[in-house]
Design a protein around this ligand. Structure first.
Ligand code: FES
Ligand SMILES: [Fe+2]
Length: 347
């Protein structure tokens, strides 16, 4: 690894609302996003609705397979379902005027619409998204020319082939609204440099002097040996643009860091556990994770306040600890077209 000491992105990219609008379209609408697990969509009519960086999305199981659509009615943009999970009968029904859509997205009936010349219902099906499943996890993308999911996730797929991911069931979800830009939170996830300072309990459990970051394609892996010296039984990975994947022998969690506005991020922890794990063991696993998360939230919100203050502009990244932050910042620059020299550039 060359010892290049990269400069950070300018602070303006972490607070300007126009930057967020561009990141929505150029990053979140173009990449693969994990929306849930196929166990949540086991039966025909079961649906799952989420909002990805302001884009409402719904996945639904039809008779044959799971499909995903924009959760936006073609009449006057009503919602087909509220955010969350549920089950419909044979149709998704719009919550505004009751248009009904078949589970393959076709408009089945425009309720009480009246005779309408020039209106062809076949032209008003739901707008589809690409939807692929990797080992039970359901991903979507709004980008019709995105590389396949498996091409994107390749290095992670290779390193998890022997891990029993299918034996884990969706457990619980814990959500935090964080007052920071999504990049502030992602960058914090991408380095272990802060562990000895910010996470005393975690630092007591792992040997952070041997904390390593490895880049493989656009996937980042963390290695943090336990202090006892026993082999690491976990895998911590990150996938562009904002997904953390943490796999342990006794379950796994994924962390979705989705922006909701320029300086607000929603962190969803989705926990998955083996079927025979007791509720007490699940509680303990979540409680330990929540301690670290609370520490990360406190520091990233403090950093964001300082980015907003207008004093700091650009800093330097450690070649020893922050190579993944540098990779992430390069990917952001490439995707958005914002150059560090011209952070206010418009389209
Ligand atoms: S907006 Fe959906 S039926 Fe009118
Ligand atoms: Fe942390």
């Amino acid at each position: 690894m060359p010892h290049i000491c990269a400069e950070t992105l300018p602070a303006a990219l972490y607070r300007d609302p126009a930057v967020y609008e561009r990141e929505r379209r150029r990053i979140f609408a173009r990449s693969w996003q994990l929306i849930g697990h196929q166990a949540q969509l086991a039966e025909s009519g079961q649906w799952l609705a989420v909002t990805v960086a302001g884009y409402p999305v719904i996945a639904v199981r039809g008779e044959d397979r799971i499909r995903a659509f924009h959760n936006v009615c073609r009449h006057r943009a009503g919602p087909l379902a509220p955010e969350g999970e549920g089950r419909c009968e044979r149709n998704l029904v719009c919550g505004y005027h009751g248009w009904r859509y078949a589970l393959d997205g076709r408009l089945a009936s425009a309720r009480d619409f009246g005779p309408a010349e020039g209106f062809d219902p076949r032209e008003y099906g739901l707008l589809p998204l690409a939807c692929e499943i990797w080992r039970g996890f359901v991903f979507v993308t709004m980008n019709p020319s995105a590389p396949s999911l498996i091409a994107t996730i390749g290095p992670l797929a290779e390193r998890t082939t022997r891990m029993p991911l299918e034996s884990f069931r969706p457990g619980r979800r814990v959500t935090h609204e964080i007052r920071c830009n999504w990049k502030t939170y992602v960058e914090n996830y991408l380095e272990g440099y802060h562990v000895p300072i910010v996470h005393p309990a975690l630092n007591a459990a792992i040997d952070s002097s041997r904390y390593e970051i490895e880049l493989d394609g656009d996937i980042v892996f963390h290695y943090a040996p336990p202090r006892s010296g026993t082999p690491v039984s976990g895998l911590w990975a990150w996938m562009w643009p904002s997904l953390g994947i943490n796999v342990y022998t006794s379950g796994m969690s994924v962390e979705r860091m989705w922006p909701v506005a320029g300086a607000r991020t929603r962190l969803d922890y989705l926990y998955f556990f083996p079927e025979d794990l007791s509720e007490a063991e699940k509680d303990a696993a979540i409680a330990a994770s929540e301690v670290t998360t609370a520490e990360d939230i406190a520091i990233t919100e403090a950093v964001q306040r300082n980015l907003n203050a207008g004093i700091y502009d650009r800093g330097r990244l450690s070649p020893r600890h922050e190579t993944a932050v540098a990779l992430f910042q390069n990917l952001v620059t490439r995707a958005t077209g914002f150059s560090p020299e011209e952070p206010q550039a418009r389209e």
